[in-house]
Design a protein around this ligand. Structure first.
Ligand code: GAR
Length: 216
């Protein structure tokens, strides 16, 4: 299919969300294609997933750079030479410089394992259990300077069950992540997501807005 949106995926580890995007993009009618997978860690398992799917990979280690700004500059250079139009952060565990975030403004999205703005940061499943939440989930959003913030594109909710521990809850949320991220990227690549002020307007039916019913 001509004119698919060219996506660069940034990872630091396992890459299961990357895999969900790879699987979605295997369908030639999916409106986005992954042209580069970039990792800041040479041993990230996601690099093998990308190579296995015949996708170009690059490793840019933050340890090779004096500061965050020059590290981020090297990433932008690699992404732009690959023709990347949109960045998907998928378990990329480095904070990004203000310059990088501004350069890719409204062209960079992230997936986070909570119903934002609740629970930004790490250990979201442990904290959801400690708070006694009944609903938990994941969010896909445009990236802004503040960690895990920015206009929401889609969210998926899952129930917190009485016998859950952090591991069982994480597994339930991860399953939802793997459905939500490709669905949100599709909406975006189809031009159905508009940032208005600091909110997204998503064109389409409510089900296209990537809400997952916890009782379904
Ligand atoms: C995912 O759960 C993702 O939501 C989370 O890291 C995990 C990466 O897993 N991201 C964040 O916490 C970002 N703040 P994966 O490498 O298997 O996709």
């Amino acid at each position: 299919m001509a004119g698919r949106l060219k996506v660069g995926v940034l990872i630091s580890g396992r890459g299961s969300n990357l895999q969900a995007l790879i699987d979605a993009a295997k369908d030639p009618s999916y409106p986005a294609e992954i042209v580069l997978v970039l990792s800041n860690k040479p041993d990230a398992k996601g690099l093998e997933r990308a190579a296995g799917a015949g996708i170009a990979t690059a490793v840019i280690s933050h340890k090779d750079f004096a500061d965050r700004k020059s590290f981020d500059g090297a990433m932008t250079e690699a992404l732009e030479s690959a023709g990347v139009e949109l960045i998907c952060l998928a378990g990329f565990m480095r904070l990004l410089s203000a310059e990088f975030v501004e350069h890719w403004r409204d062209r960079m999205i992230n997936i986070h394992p909570s119903l934002l703005p609740l629970l930004p940061g790490l250990d979201t499943h442990e904290r959801a259990l400690e708070m006694g939440l009944r609903l938990h989930g994941c969010s896909v959003h445009f990236v802004r300077q503040e960690m895990d913030s920015g206009p929401l594109i889609g969210q998926a909710a899952v129930p917190v069950l009485p016998d859950d521990d952090a591991e069982s809850l994480a597994a339930r949320v991860l399953e939802a992540e793997h459905r939500l991220y490709p669905a949100c990227l599709k909406l975006l690549a189809e031009g159905r997501v508009k940032v208005e002020g600091e909110r997204c307007r998503v064109e389409g039916t409510p089900s296209a807005q990537a809400l997952v019913n916890p009782l379904a």
